[in-house]
Design a protein around this ligand. Structure first.
Ligand code: NAD
Length: 344
């Protein structure tokens, strides 16, 4: 059962990227705890279905806008969660320049908003700031091993710059910022076609297609279930005093991609064979968070085992009506300036 953090007086939280996978779960949790929620999203990778059950609720407002355009809300906010940014490599590489703009200009716009409102700000950073790590497991004081000219750089370096901006606002006492370095998270409402490992394998298993593995499958990842991640983000935003340092959030259980594929086959009952494909450039070999800081500062650690989380995820994907894969098209940048209030 979700621990309630019900607010005494109605506070307003803005969730940028709130129509995405994590953002929509966060909007739901905040509404549940009594917040007024403003969801800002350009629907680049977010989907209206993710928030359709929230539309019409009195404390929910949806604004269709790119965060690269400064926000004019006409109301004050107490909390700003910045989750706006495509998270899957094929999606963020479809328009790499826009990805960098989102991470840098978008974060700057939201920091300005937080500063002018005296609001707390949480940045959804990523384990990708560690690049292809030479240290294992990754602790927050590891400065990373990132290729600044590779195809993943728009995201990795964009997120690193976003962290830089956040710390500059903190040091200048312009905003109370918190940084979550999120490791692989999965669960219902992931985009089935976004090319991430869990969605890929589960969809392939459900559709009885070969399970594709990049490389030899011995590279490792850690997988955190969405409800655990939302709990961690909420705690980091609420904790006092400000940790003034980034905090890893993720599940420290480490699985090879082959182990994940075997588990997906077992839980879906598919007989699909495994197909090996070449490893993409700059794909990290090992990934596991050291969550000592999150345990100590937030009293947080993930609770949902991979097997249980995968069962929920398989059930969600199996319930989708239209399983067709949408092609990943480049973004029309002229759309970026569009602002639409979908519900005032
Ligand atoms: P997602 O792609 O489902 O959600 C991102 C949301 O941001 C989408 O709704 C998208 O439409 C929106 N968005 C993108 N660019 C925007 C822009 N310029 N203006 C306004 N909205 C924009 O991804 P997610 O998995 O929910 O990830 C949420 C955040 O968490 C991202 O910032 C991502 O980098 C971070 N993160 C996620 C994971 C993970 O495993 N899910 C891991 C590390 C970091």
């Amino acid at each position: 059962m979700r621990r309630s953090r019900r607010v005494q007086q109605t506070q307003t939280a803005l969730v940028a990227g709130g129509a995405g996978f994590l953002g929509s779960h966060l909007c739901e949790a905040l509404l549940h705890d009594g917040y007024r929620v403003i969801c800002v999203d350009n629907f680049l990778t977010g989907r209206m279905e993710n928030v359709s059950s929230l539309i019409g609720q009195a404390r929910f407002r949806l604004i269709e806008q790119d965060v690269c355009v400064p926000l004019e809300l006409g109301e004050t906010v107490d909390r700003v969660f910045n989750l706006a940014c495509a998270a899957s490599p094929p999606r963020y590489q479809a328009d790499p320049v826009h990805t960098t703009r989102t991470c840098v200009i978008g974060t700057l716009n939201l920091l300005e908003l937080a500063a002018s409102n005296g609001a707390r700000f949480l940045q959804a950073s990523t384990s990708e700031v560690y690049g292809d790590p030479e240290q294992h497991p990754q602790r927050e004081d590891y400065v990373g091993h990132v290729n600044c000219t590779g195809p993943r750089a728009c995201y990795d370096e964009g997120k690193r710059t976003a962290e830089t901006l956040c710390f500059d606002y903190l040091r200048a006492e312009m905003a109370d910022i918190r940084i979550a370095r999120i490791f692989n998270t999965y669960g219902p409402r992931m985009d089935p076609a976004d090319g991430r490992i869990v969605s890929n394998l589960v969809m392939q298993a459900i559709e009885k297609r070969p399970l594709t593995i990049f490389g030899d499958g011995r590279q490792t990842r850690s997988f955190c279930y969405v409800s655990d991640m939302i709990g961690g983000l909420r705690r980091l935003m609420d904790v006092n005093p400000n940790p003034r340092q980034p905090v890893n959030l993720g599940n420290p259980g480490e699985f090879s991609i082959l182990e994940l594929a075997r588990l997906v086959r077992e839980l879906t009952g598919t007989k699909s064979p495994v197909k090996f494909l070449p490893l993409p450039q700059d794909d990290p070999r090992r990934r596991r968070p050291d969550i000592g800081r999150a345990r100590a500062l937030l009293g947080w650690s993930p609770k949902v085992p991979l097997r249980q989380g995968l069962l929920q995820t398989i059930a969600f994907f199996s319930s989708l009506d239209d399983l067709t894969m949408e092609p990943i098209a480049p973004v029309n940048r002229t759309e970026a300036g569009k602002v639409r209030n979908l519900q005032l």
